[in-house]
Design a protein around this ligand. Sequence first.
Ligand SMILES: [Zn+2]
Length: 236
Amino acid sequence: MSGDKSKQSAPPAAHGASARIRERLRAAQQRHHANDNIADFIRDETELAELEDEVTAAMQDVLEALVIDTDSDHNTRGTARRVARMYLHEVYRGRFHRMPPVTEFPNAERINELMIVGPITVRSACSHHLVPILGKLWIGILPNERSNLIGLSKYSRIADWVMSRPQIQEEAVMQLADLLEARIAPDGLALVLEADHFCTQWRGVKDESHMVNSIMRGSFLKNPELRKEFLQLLRR
Ligand SMILES: [Zn+2]
């Protein structure tokens, strides 16, 4: 016997918000993997709130399947709702919310020197186990006179948006590089992401797992001196 579940009862999955959103994604033949943003397919705030209710109910089912008595255990009474909110609006925000506004401005000063932004704190979650990935990111940009520049603080905002999804480190840096390349159109783009994966520290081999990914594009790929300069500056 379970307690009063009326407050948490799941809507029939076939008619819930997730089913409608999935239907739109399929109709548009839009990929919706864990690390894809689907904000354009969520109708409005009301539908997002409905999705939150649906995730809450599903989380409540998970807690019950784990045989946790959420009726008498006051610590877990609001857990389903808290986790649903955390997923939709915090740790996986980059899946359900649109990219924060970023204004680009033309490179009026014709800056063509290497710019480095970082370290930017990265908080993500692995798609395999949904546990944290925490790391540091450095971005190197070599603009040309046709590049669009963005404010320094915007790099961390964009990075945060891409990382706030269940991710795989290699794909996360690739997604971020594609996005920055499309917006800034630099001569060269370099990204280095160093991260700790809790799926190997908290579970599994329980080993330290530190992973470094780098992406070099354009002039960083062609010019070893530039690449060397970037990597040397990172070490400081
Ligand atoms: Zn994992």
